[in-house]
Design a protein around this ligand. Structure first.
Ligand code: NAD
Length: 341
């Protein structure tokens, strides 16, 4: 089994690739290793994947350092390898950055995704699984968020590009019978986590004796999902080739689209946690008290997220298993070890 994993130097791509290697799959990684956050963390993840691939039972790891917005680079990767699956996790992530840097999202989320779709189509890749986000639900969506509801009111450009990916995948599934599966991730956290995300920022600030900023006066709730649960769900979804999905179009019946081999799933924890509880779990894991600065809701912020994961559970047996306090303490153990603090 040879699997393309884009975004391999990134947080989730690293965990997915590491799990696949341990299960004996051959992984071809693809990442530009950009400087959105500390590239040395990305380089270290890549070194670990190379090391992991030298274990006796491991699959092989090949790495392509290139930009997915470069169509020739994407085509040459598909010409050099015949992929049994493509798992596309590279993107310009981050809600706040999208308020000031929209072009990064056009290049890495729209142009790059077009190149992936085209390459999968022309090389008959059996299944494309790609990352979407809970941000597509915006605000004022009934909870828990279900895949059946319409999601055409993104609150920021990041969500708009991810929703665009879902629509682009739909067109390719429908027109070219390309099986695609979009996974809407809900605030992923854990070891090797992203330095721009709350858990990392809070940990760094608390250890430095600096205040942490809680937007929306700390009233956010988030369906924080542990990264190894996510990796398991991504791999299960990728391994199950998309079947016709009759219930997708139930909110807008269209016989032409309802047979497309096209799927969208939430992949969350189904247990929303108040931001204050998340901070309390972190304080306990660190053995320190946070100084808290309460700030108003920021532009583009979604106040609450809560995933209904029953569709993914029915399809592939996905069951998130890691409680937040356990996941947070695993993150803290990794952070202390990695940064020697
Ligand atoms: P990440 O930033 O750690 O990883 C993304 C990787 O993609 C980076 O290593 C980056 O160098 C690479 N990349 C970006 N643009 C590229 C390009 N043009 N060509 C090649 N490589 C490129 O982010 P992550 O947290 O691992 O997120 C993975 C996916 O999940 C993304 O699609 C993200 O939007 C989505 N997502 C993540 C979360 C979360 O909580 N982490 C939540 C919702 C959705």
């Amino acid at each position: 089994m040879k699997i393309l994993v884009t975004g391999t130097a990134g947080f989730i791509g690293f965990h997915v690739a590491r799990t696949l290697l341990a299960r004996g799959a051959d992984v071809v990684g693809f990442d530009v290793v950009n400087a959105y956050y500390d590239p040395s963390l990305k380089e270290r993840r890549l070194e670990l994947l190379a090391e992991a691939s030298r274990a006796p039972e491991s699959g092989s790891f090949t790495f392509i350092r290139a930009n997915l917005a470069d169509q020739a680079a994407v085509n040459s990767a598909f010409a050099a390898h015949r992929f049994d699956r493509a798992i596309h996790l590279a993107a310009q992530a981050g809600v706040r950055h999208s308020l000031t840097h929209p072009h990064d999202y056009v290049q890495s989320n729209i142009v790059a995704f077009t190149n992936i779709l085209e390459a999968c189509r022309h090389n008959d890749t059996p299944h494309l699984t790609y990352a979407s986000t809970s941000s597509v639900y915006g605000a004022n969506t009934a909870m828990p968020f279900s895949e059946h509801v319409g999601v055409d009111h993104p609150l920021q450009f990041y969500a708009a590009t991810k929703r665009a990916n879902e629509l682009m995948a739909h067109a390719y599934s429908h027109l070219f019978r390309l099986p695609t599966t979009g996974l809407r991730f809900f605030t992923v956290y854990g070891p090797w986590g992203r330095p721009d995300m709350a858990l990392f920022l809070f940990t760094k600030a608390i250890l430095a004796g600096e205040p942490i900023k809680l937007f929306n006066h700390g009233h956010h709730t988030r369906d924080f999902t542990y990264v190894e649960d996510i990796a398991e769900g991504v791999i299960r979804a990728s391994d199950s080739i998309a079947e016709p999905n009759p219930d997708w179009s139930s909110d807008r019946p269209d016989p032409a689209t309802s047979n497309a081999p096209f799927r969208i799933f939430n992949i969350g924890n189904n247990q929303p946690v108040r931001l204050m509880e998340y901070v309390a779990a972190l304080e306990e894991a660190l053995g320190r008290t946070a100084q808290v600065e309460l700030l108003p809701l920021q532009p583009g912020d979604v106040p609450d997220t809560f995933a209904d994961v029953s569709r993914l559970e029915r399809a592939v047996g996905y069951k998130p298993a890691t409680p937040v306090n356990e996941g947070v303490s695993r993150f803290v153990a990794w952070y202390r070890d990695y940064y020697g603090v």
